[in-house]
Write a protein that binds this ligand. Structure first.
Ligand SMILES: N[C@@H](CCC(=O)N[C@@H](CS(=O)(=O)O)C(=O)NCC(=O)O)C(=O)O
Length: 209
């Protein structure tokens, strides 16, 4: 097929793309990068910034997880209804990215010593997303505008990750809790979430979650 995702066998920075593709009824090939393959060095040298995920759309090859999401958003009508919504989506996606970086730092650099403190500080990190939902049609739909966008898949991923890290983290955020349930129940996404591919993939590369 036309789409190939080259990445480690983890959710990580590939999962929002996987959920977008699944929900949009798109097929893709998983080009699984094992540690052994990565250590060889050839693939790393071939990537613009020496990192994965890498995405191939036919003969078009790109890296950077957020650029991959935006590329798919442009091509599948997932970038809002107008320029203003597109700008708001960029703003919110940058907020998701900020939280993802903090999460990755905890997981890969400070898990045992930092987990309790991270979870204690988590409500303040999630509150902005609850507020954004509250300001958009009472929070009954998507994070921006009236249709699903690439940011919904990225935000859903980071919320799913935090529900594993801290199962009660959405207890004081009813709109976010309902948002996760609602998106998880979307038929094509639900099928993916129940798939072996999804269930077999560890969340992160070091066994911590
Ligand atoms: N900004 C990049 C970061 C990519 C990145 O950090 N990739 C890591 C793996 S992960 O953090 O996404 O899990 C990597 O290739 N690490 C291997 C290496 O740097 O040699 C993106 O968003 O795609």
């Amino acid at each position: 097929g036309k789409y190939t995702l080259t990445y480690f066998p983890v959710r990580g920075r590939g999962e929002a793309t996987r959920m977008l593709l699944a929900d949009q009824k798109q097929e893709w090939t998983e080009d699984v990068v094992t540690g052994e393959i990565w250590q060889k060095g050839d693939l790393k040298k071939s990537c613009v910034f020496g990192q994965v995920p890498r995405f191939q759309d036919g003969d078009f090859v790109l890296v950077q997880s957020n650029a991959i999401l935006r590329h798919l958003a442009r091509n599948h009508g997932l970038y809002g209804q107008d320029a203003r919504e597109a700008t708001l989506l960029d703003m919110v996606n940058d907020g998701v990215e900020d939280l993802r970086v903090k999460y990755a730092r905890l997981i890969y650099q400070n898990y045992d010593a930092g987990k309790a403190e991270y979870i204690e500080a988590l409500p303040a990190q999630l509150r902005p997303f609850e507020n954004l939902l509250a300001q958009n049609d009472g929070g009954k739909g998507f994070i921006v505008g009236k249709k699903i966008s690439f940011v919904d898949y990225n935000l859903l991923d980071i919320l799913q990750l935090h529900l594993v890290l801290a199962p009660n983290c959405l207890d004081s955020f009813p709109l976010l809790a309902a948002y996760v349930q609602r998106l998880n129940a979307r038929p094509h996404l639900k099928t993916y979430l129940e798939s072996e591919g999804r269930k077999q993939r560890p969340i992160n590369g070091n066994g911590k979650q």
